[in-house]
Ligand binder design. Structure first.
Ligand SMILES: Cc1cc2nc3c(=O)[nH]c(=O)nc-3n(C[C@H](O)[C@H](O)[C@H](O)COP(=O)(O)OP(=O)(O)OC[C@H]3O[C@@H](n4cnc5c(N)ncnc54)[C@H](O)[C@@H]3O)c2cc1C
Length: 474
């Protein structure tokens, strides 16, 4: 079966507009430039971890002309934000979407250079056979595209009041300042949706699969604050993929850093504020101006035993996902839309034809299929899992449609996001965790690209302020 959602044929919004970009005049030798601080010229800060948080911290230190070395354990920067090029296909390490409304990203990134390719704002929900004729139903944003949304009014994904509630929730979130959202009373997302008045139908058929794909949390235990924050970003901007893959975001930040300031394959084994960082090779890297620890939560807890223990009342929250890629000869859906599994059956959470969004994701004439599962599926080998996914999606589109699919690669992401169940403190945790030691990363803010970058800026600002190194951005 080929799915043609006629209401999707309205032209999608044009490429996101260019946002104001913070420009830096850091020269290639900024790591060795003098700071405006007597006696500090030969000293440096150290950043441990080159994900978005570490790269944002580095960007801010560079803009303040604070010398630093960024130590990254792996052979590339970007952390969880990465793209592999495999035989001409661009494979993001896990399905990730860039939201153009992220304010910190607007400040730090050149959107135009990323050549963002927008998704259709809505989702095509698979409900399965026997549900109102077609197994697929379109749910588009009723406030952005009221005419198009009429068709969704009559779809079986939720009630008409549900659809209005989606729009109202987005509008309310859009009008609420971030600090109000992030300090508001919190509960779980599941409880919050119930309190807002959503029917079980829209929760099970749309909101649960949609949010499970964002938070990797099918139980919807994630804090209602994060739900509101994400809804706000969805309301205010577009969902997009950079033309060169999601890793282009990290690459853009890294490319602007002073030459020689990043060391790859350099794993920090311990941190001592007086001596700096010791690598797993035994090498000491001095960090007289301070050490910023920008690693993922489990690693941060190992390196910094002084971090506050997570409340014992919290259930262990495992946020895992598996992303499978297939090449295909054609796409069963022609539009740049995310497909959600609202049937309550099977293992697929969401899928999309990546080349419908960004043709650059595959060689000419080929289609890239991205399929995401929530959980670890550790007991199943890659080949077995791929076979199960193709069989399941053959049930969605027809066996003929998936016959040409060839498995390219499977990414198993064991740690996708930190625990964001209540109680949370995403509003603004102090990055200072010891004398001269600062922490950042998505576990210190919100688990988003933006949250990671905000946390990196805050850590850099704290280090610069504490050392009297702040100067206005050039
Ligand atoms: C599959 C997936 C999908 C996602 N989807 C989205 C999305 O659609 N939108 C969104 O906004 N966010 C999304 N996220 C979340 C987002 O990617 C993260 O919140 C963000 O990238 C975290 O950045 P970070 O710098 O805090 O951590 P990381 O990216 O984990 O970076 C930490 C870095 O530290 C390095 N490191 C670790 N230990 C050491 C050590 N001892 N010494 C030196 N270096 C070390 C690591 O190698 C890594 O490079 C997604 C995440 C995943 C995994």
């Amino acid at each position: 079966m080929r799915v043609h959602a006629a209401h999707l044929l309205v032209p999608v919004p044009s490429t996101p507009r260019r946002h104001a970009t913070l420009r830096f005049t850091v020269s290639a030798t900024a790591t060795s430039v003098n700071v405006n601080q007597a006696g500090a010229a030969s000293k440096q800060a150290v950043i441990v971890g080159g994900g978005l948080a570490g790269l944002a911290a580095a960007t801010h230190l560079a803009s303040l002309s604070v010398p630093f070395t960024l130590l990254e354990a792996s052979d590339r920067v970007g952390g969880r934000v990465a793209t592999d090029e495999v035989d001409g296909y661009l494979l993001d390490r896990g399905f990730q979407i860039f939201l153009t409304a992220y304010p910190e990203c607007q400040r730090l990134l050149d959107f135009q250079a990323l050549r963002l390719q927008p998704f259709f704002p809505g989702a095509l929900v698979y409900l399965g056979a026997g549900e109102g004729g077609s197994p697929f139903h379109m749910l588009s944003d009723p406030f952005r595209f009221p005419i198009r949304s009429l068709s969704s009014v009559f779809s079986p994904v939720g009630t008409l009041p549900d659809k209005l509630l989606v729009g109202i929730t987005r509008l309310r979130a859009a009008a609420t300042p971030d600090d109000v959202i992030l300090s508001s009373p919190e509960t779980t997302t599941a409880r919050h949706l119930e309190k807002l008045g959503f029917s079980p139908s829209i929760v099970e058929r749309f909101l649960r699969p949609f949010l499970a794909g964002i938070f990797f949390d099918p139980g919807l235990d994630t804090s209602s604050r994060l739900f509101e924050l994400v809804f706000k970003r969805l309301a205010l901007g577009e969902n997009a993929l950079p033309e060169a893959g999601i890793g282009a975001i990290a690459a853009q930040l890294a490319d602007r850093l002073p030459a020689g300031s990043v060391r790859l394959n350099a794993r920090a084994a311990s941190i001592d504020p007086s001596s700096g960082v010791t690598l797993d090779t035994g090498e000491a890297v001095s960090g007289e101006l301070g050490v910023i620890v920008a690693v993922e939560q489990p690693e941060a807890e190992k390196l910094l035993p002084q971090l506050p223990a997570r409340p014992k009342s919290k259930k262990p929250a495992e946020r895992r996902t598996v992303c499978l890629y297939f090449s295909a000869d054609r796409a069963a859906v022609q539009e740049p839309v995310l497909l959600l599994n609202g049937s309550g059956k099977g293992i697929v959470n969401n899928m999309f034809f990546a080349t419908n969004v960004a043709p650059s994701y595959a060689p000419a004439g080929k289609v890239l299929v991205s399929v995401s599962l929530v959980g670890s599926f550790a007991e199943r080998e890659d080949g077995e899992l791929a076979g199960e996914v193709v069989r399941e999606l053959g049930g969605w589109f027809g066996a003929g449609e998936v016959a040409s699919w060839a498995h390219l690669r499977t990414y198993r992401i064991g740690f996708a996001q930190p625990d964001q169940t209540p109680p949370t403190e995403p509003a603004g945790r102090d990055p200072r965790v010891g004398d001269g030691v600062y922490v950042c990363g998505d576990h210190w803010c919100s688990a988003t690209f933006d949250g990671a970058m905000v946390s990196g800026r805050r850590a850099a600002e704290a280090l610069a302020n504490d050392g009297g190194l702040s100067q206005s951005l050039s």
